[in-house]
Each structure stands twice: as C-alpha cells, then as structure tokens.
Ligand binder design. Structure first.
Ligand SMILES: Cc1cc2nc3c(=O)[nH]c(=O)nc-3n(C[C@H](O)[C@H](O)[C@H](O)COP(=O)(O)OP(=O)(O)OC[C@H]3O[C@@H](n4cnc5c(N)ncnc54)[C@H](O)[C@@H]3O)c2cc1C
Length: 368
C-alpha cells in the first residue's frame, strides 16, 4: 500500500499530536505514525508544569520560546476543549520556589533578578509571604520567589484532547507503525519506510520521535544528538487538595491536581532506555516533598512511574528545518516538551506552509 500525504509525522507524543492538530487545522493532509499508541511515552508521564520561568536559567531565545508557548495555553486549551470536549486542566496556579537555607535563597534571588530585568514577573518573598501563598509549607522556610504566571496542565488529558482534535480536524493516525527510516535520496525526503517494508510517500516528514529520534534512519542527526534522560515520579492522593499552586524546592517539585492527586518529581538519570522505578528514588522524592510540605505525610500512596526526556547537549530543542530538504525536526524538548508543544506545533505548521513562523527558530537548529 502506498498513500500520498502532504505530511507524515514520526511519533505520536505531544510533539507529533500537536503538530498534527495544527497542520490538519490548516487543511494539510497529515498522517501520524506511532509505533505504540499516541501518548505512550514521555508525554503522558510528564508532571505538566508550564514552568516557563522557573525552568529558564538565563535570558535569551530559550526563555522567549518558553514564555511565548506558556502564554498560548489559555487560548489553546479553550480551542482543544471546543474541538475535543476535553478539559486539559490548564490552571494558571503560579509556581512558588521555596528556600530553606541562605545559599538556596541567594540562587533564587539571582534567578528572579534577571527575569525582572527581562520584564517577567518574579516576586521575591519573605518567609511570611511564602507561607501566605502556601500556608502548609514547613515552618522553617526562609523565603522564596513567586512566578505567578507559570501554570500547569494535565498531560494525559492534553494527549487525549490533542489526538481527538487532530483526528476531528482531518489528521489520520496509524498505531503500531514503526518507522525504520526517512525515505529519499539523502538530499530531499520523500516519505518514510516502515519496519514492515511499506513505504509511505509524503511531501514533508516531521521527526517527532522524542528520545528515540536518532534511532530513525535517514536523518543527519548524530547518534548521541538526543539521549534518554530518565525521570521518575511518585503520585500521592489526598482526600482534599491543600496546595494553591506548584511548589518547587532544590530537590523536588510538588504539583497538585484538581482531584487531590499530587505529583512529586523528578529524578534525572542517564541509564539508557532502562525502564523502572527505584526504591532509592521513591525514598528521596518522598523525603524531599514531605520535608517541604509535612501535610503530605498523611496522603495515600498512589502510582509510581518513569519515562524518558529527550535530552540534547545544550538542553535546547531541535525545531525547524534539517539539512535534508522537507525533513522537519520537532524533537529534543528535554524537560519542557509539554510547555513547548503549542509554539513548536505553530512553528512547524508555518514553516511547512511557507509562512513566517511566530518565533525565529534558528537558535533551535540541530548541529549539522
Ligand atoms: C518524569 C518526567 C516529568 C516531566 N515533566 C514535565 C513537565 O512538568 N513539563 C514539561 O513541559 N515537560 C515535562 N517533561 C518532558 C516532556 O514529557 C517531554 O519533553 C515531552 O513529552 C517530549 O514529547 P515528544 O513527543 O517529543 O516525545 P514522546 O512523548 O516520548 O513521544 C515520542 C513518540 O514517538 C514514538 N516513536 C519513537 N520511535 C518511533 C518510530 N521509529 N516509529 C514510530 N513511532 C516512534 C514513541 O512511541 C512515542 O510515542 C517530563 C518528562 C518526564 C520523563
């Protein structure tokens, strides 16, 4: 079988599904090829922090990209709700960074200072002010920073909403479809070849295979251009949620859900593609979280899981053209793929349509 599409997308994580939604909304004939099911990997495992500011450590194109994406979420969530009927639980709850010693606080204050110079809201807080925002923080908190514009979303809901919205807008999905390589003459892509040997022709290909992107043949990515960075999460369940927003400390973050679930994350481990949750990580995450928020000690223990963030050497994503004509990259989003999904999808859709992208993607080129 050989079907001609305008665009085939390799991978049905948040990047593939968001790009499919954006492309299909523009009337582009789009096919998503997913070896498992959409959202099977990192995208459904994420905590869902939209930490544009808390996750950015210096002024420059990365923080600009993060803030532009975060600021799209309100209208994007409304659009997804309208098309799919699903509430992705987008909440502008703010993120509070809490310090328990002077060194932590100094680091946070420096972080907040450059952000304020960049025109972003990052509010230094005394101990009493931190506890006014999050009354259940441990009594020995000495201060912190509030990032009132950072937000959260529920990743599994987001993935469901994106898949449904993409399909309703005209995109097609094939599950269980493992892409072996990008087809073409090495200078220009002409589609993809599946593990089954089937060739699928398309004018454009978008590589959105997350941590597995360099395992897809026919690209110019070096084998170690993207590496899996395992992250583990512990979920607790409270009868009634007490946190107002997300709390970040030096060793973990604690992100609440509307229904009383609380996500504690996350480790950062380079262990190849070894799946698993370890006793030591669960111990450390629970110790750090209950140290910051002692009321969590009474919570029920929920699930634990891990997945792989697509890590790049400079910790910035690859978004935009590749040296192979008509092969586009939407991968390597490391810790911020959920946050960066709307802006990445918009950039890719604009570039494929031959339009000016909403943000200059040149700082996010993959090394040749
Ligand atoms: C524990 C943890 C917590 C995180 N928390 C946050 C957070 O709070 N906020 C945030 O913004 N980000 C967070 N992230 C990061 C975020 O999850 C990732 O950056 C994002 O999900 C990457 O999306 P993706 O679509 O590129 O990759 P993935 O979701 O991994 O999707 C890639 C897809 O490609 C498919 N695939 C791979 N190879 C092939 C092939 N050959 N053929 C067909 N299909 C293929 C896979 O099956 C997979 O479904 C977190 C990640 C982890 C692990």
């Amino acid at each position: 079988m050989s079907t001609a599409y305008d665009v085939t997308i390799v991978g049905g994580g948040v990047m593939g599904c968001a790009a499919a939604f954006e492309l299909a909304s523009r009337g582009v004939r789009t096919l998503v090829l997913e070896r498992s099911v959409p959202g099977a990997e990192a995208s459904s495992a994420a905590a869902g922090m939209l930490g544009a500011q808390v996750e950015s450590h210096a002024p420059g194109p990365f923080v600009d990209l993060c803030v532009a994406s975060r600021d799209r979420f309100s209208s994007w969530a409304a659009r997804l709700r309208e098309v799919s009927g699903i509430d992705v639980e987008h909440r502008v709850c703010g993120i509070t960074a809490a310090a328990f010693d002077r060194a932590e606080l100094d680091k946070m204050e420096a972080h907040a200072a450059w952000q304020r110079e960049a025109g972003l809201r990052a509010v230094p807080l005394r101990a009493s002010e931190v506890r006014a925002i999050e009354p259940d923080l441990a009594a020995d908190v000495i201060g912190g920073i509030s990032f009132p514009d950072d937000a959260r979303v529920d990743p599994p809901r987001l993935l469901k909403a994106l898949r449904i919205s993409a399909e309703k807008s005209g995109a097609s999905f094939r599950t269980g479809a493992v892409v072996r390589k990008v087809a073409g003459d090495g200078a220009r892509s002409s589609g993809v070849v599946l593990e089954s040997g089937e060739t699928i022709e398309s004018a454009h290909v978008v590589l959105a295979a997350g941590s597995w992107s360099t395992l897809v043949g026919g690209t110019t990515l070096a084998p170690d251009a993207i590496r899996p960075a395992r992250g583990q999460i512990v979920e607790l369940q409270l009868a009634v949620p007490f946190q107002r927003g997300i709390v970040v400390g030096s060793k973990c973050y604690v992100s609440p859900r509307d229904d009383g679930r609380v996500l504690i994350g996350s480790t950062l481990e380079f262990v190849g593609f070894e799946r698993g949750v370890t006793a030591g990580a669960v111990r450390d995450l629970l110790t750090s979280a209950t140290r910051m928020l002692p009321r969590l000690e009474a919570a029920d223990l929920g699930r634990v899981w891990s997945s792989f963030r697509p890590y790049t050497a400079n910790e910035m994503p690859f978004i935009g053209p590749s040296p192979i004509e008509n092969l586009w990259l939407a991968t390597g989003h490391y810790r911020n793929g959920i946050l960066l999904s709307p802006i990445t999808a918009e950039i890719i859709a604009a570039l494929i349509a031959g339009e000016a992208p909403p943000i200059d993607p040149s700082p996010f080129r993959a090394p040749a």
